[in-house]
Design a protein around this ligand. Structure first.
Ligand code: GLP
Length: 261
């Protein structure tokens, strides 16, 4: 893992967008794994700006989102599909037929999950997977005790996740109890991972995921097994990391980061 500390959430989002931009310019048909949540919104705002002002081209890009709520139709404003349309897809020149999100209204979830895995494979696998982290350490909706080899499947959400996402719904009772999510095993197969976490409420779980033992109790800790995983955090989210001085030194001194300093 490589931990990169930025001064605040805005700088973290800008750097994450710059890394995605670099990957997309290098491979216009990039297979990009996407995530939802408050941490992702400013990253997508930067990508939309790069499209508008610097012709960042999404026309050949294929995307796969990590997860979707079960029982929420795609056109419902609370669905992750609506989130993606609002924050990114409607703002860039992506072909919506190339954007994939699990179908939370599927009649046969087992078939839908197998179909999602097949689609990823047919596209040649995910080149770069963007990830947030839940306060319970989940990536996607891989809640504590998810198998670290799991594949795309339906999953019951924990009370912590329901509470964390309640702010987006009129009342906590309306937060769906289940989601469809790529598995931890699916995520680990992407060629590169980029986890972004900002804010003091993520500090403790980031320290567990990055420096703690690999455990299904914190599924983000499985990213320690990935050969190319970067973690971008702001100062607040980095504040419980034991190796903070070392991580700062790397960003300030390693030549690969020169253009981003
Ligand atoms: C949801 C998503 C996760 C995301 C998490 C964090 O639970 N399923 O993929 O990482 O939210 O969201 P936020 O960035 O709002 O803290």
């Amino acid at each position: 893992m490589e931990v990169i500390i930025q001064k605040d959430a805005e700088a973290a989002a800008k750097l994450a967008a710059a890394l995605i931009e670099r990957a997309l310019r290098a491979k216009p048909s990039l297979v990009l794994g996407l995530a939802t949540g408050a941490t992702m919104a400013p990253i997508y705002a930067h990508l939309a700006r790069l499209h508008r002002e610097q012709n960042l081209d999404f026309s050949l890009c294929r995307t796969f989102n990590l997860d979707e709520y079960v029982g929420i139709p795609p056109d419902d404003p609370h669905s992750f599909r609506s989130f993606m349309d609002r924050h990114l897809f409607d703002l860039v020149n992506i072909d919506k037929r190339n954007t994939h999100i699990p179908d939370g209204m599927a009649t046969d979830f087992r078939e839908e999950c197998l179909h999602y895995e097949r689609l990823i494979e047919e596209c040649g696998g995910i080149d770069l997977q963007l990830l947030g982290i839940g306060v319970d350490g989940h990536i996607g909706f891989n809640e504590p005790l998810s198998s670290l080899l799991s594949r795309t499947r339906e999953k019951a959400l924990t009370p912590a996740t329901i509470a964390q996402n309640a702010k987006y719904f009129p009342s906590p009772a309306q937060v769906p109890r289940r989601g469809i999510t790529m598995g931890v095993g699916t995520i680990l197969e992407s060629r590169e991972c980029l986890l972004v976490a900002t804010g003091i409420e993520k500090a403790e779980i980031v320290a567990k995921a990055v420096e703690g033992p690999i455990t299904s109790m914190v599924t983000a800790s499985a990213l320690q097994l990935h050969p190319r995983c970067r973690v971008i955090v702001d100062e607040a989210a980095a504040s419980r990391l034991q190796g903070i001085e070392y991580y700062r030194w790397i960003f300030e001194n390693e030549p690969e980061w020169t253009e981003f300093r």
